[in-house]
Design a protein around this ligand. Structure first.
Ligand SMILES: Nc1ncnc2c1ncn2[C@@H]1O[C@H](COP(=O)(O)OP(=O)(O)O)[C@@H](O)[C@H]1O
Ligand SMILES: [Mg+2]
Length: 283
């Protein structure tokens, strides 16, 4: 159950319908900013304030709206990168992920899942993107690009749509290791009008292998300097991307470690090891 709300009054009424515990989120946000879990009616007003202060884009039309939805019993989360191009819509292999405080920390691809979950995930991803592309076309646009469709797999095995990024997705950074065309290459090709088929979005790692990404979140105040890179990358099958972000003030994702492993556990451990081996100074 969920309701959209454009005012505190609507939020109070929506929460009542949805029930507690519920999650209040700005409709346009990222990395968990402005979100809160509300356990009873006496903290719903605080959730409205939190959403207004944390939301993205304070100057773009109707973005003060929030969604209030039931706190879902998650088993795990998936991202299905879905590519809309001049050749139609195709999906990448599902990406598994671990979130912490509303923010992505690790992702891996392909995620292991049952055939049933895979079928539900692909159907929901295609339906969401087809809908957005139809809207784009109705207003004279192409609707081309990579979309990151986030899905919740619940403890009972059912799959729910969570949200969609109309652009490459943070958990999709794993494609820099797992696919010949990363999500960024796919996005560039798509918006340039080049055709992308299921072959273009295929994995390029050996059969049975898994790739992983590990976000490097830095805390401090100032410019980050990365040391010990040689040791961190001494393990075969690993890689590192340091973002062109000048400074950190508080918490900021500043780099990502990538690895290819024999299975999910191996890939995740390798990527984590790269991240842990780095020495980062803030000056
Ligand atoms: N209704 C919900 N039930 C359970 N967990 C949720 C719910 N909504 C969000 N979350 C958790 O918070 C994370 C961030 O929420 P999300 O809607 O994806 O916002 P963001 O735009 O910040 O990524 C999700 O990946 C999930 O772990
Ligand atoms: Mg999200």
């Amino acid at each position: 159950p969920y309701r959209f709300a454009g005012s505190l009054e609507e939020l109070r009424a929506g929460a009542k319908t949805v029930g507690y515990p519920c999650v209040v989120k700005p409709i346009m946000s990222s990395s968990g900013h402005g979100q809160s879990v509300v356990r009873s009616a006496d903290t719903i007003d605080a959730a409205w304030v939190e959403a207004q202060e944390g939301r993205r884009a304070h100057d773009e039309g109707d973005v003060s709206r929030v969604i209030v939805e039931a706190l879902a019993p998650l088993d795990y989360e998936l991202t299905v990168l879905t590519v809309s191009s001049s050749a139609g819509i195709v999906t990448c292999a599902p990406i598994g992920q671990r979130q912490e405080s509303g923010d992505y920390r690790e992702s891996w691809q392909p995620a292991s899942f049952t055939q049933d979950v895979l079928a539900q995930a692909q159907r929901i991803a295609c339906t969401a993107v087809e809908g957005l592309v139809a809207k784009a076309k109705a207003s004279g646009e192409k609707g081309w690009g990579v979309f990151g469709v986030e899905l919740f797999v619940l403890t009972d095995g059912s799959v729910l749509f969570n949200e969609v990024s109309p652009r490459p997705h943070d958990t999709g950074m794993v494609t820099m290791a797992s696919q010949r065309l990363s999500e960024f290459a796919l996005h560039a090709r798509a918006i340039l009008g080049l055709p992308l088929t299921q072959e273009h979005v295929a994995l390029s790692i050996p059969d049975g292998a898994v790739a992983a990404s590990h976000a490097i979140v830095i805390q401090g105040d100032g410019e980050a300097e990365f040391r010990n890179v040689a040791t961190a990358l001494s393990q075969p099958g690993t890689d590192l991307r340091i973002f062109a972000k000048p400074e950190v003030h508080g918490h900021r994702r500043m780099a990502v470690a990538l690895a290819i492993g024999t299975d999910e556990a191996d890939a995740r451990a390798k990527a984590e090891n790269v991240a842990e081996s780095l020495e980062i100074d803030i000056a």
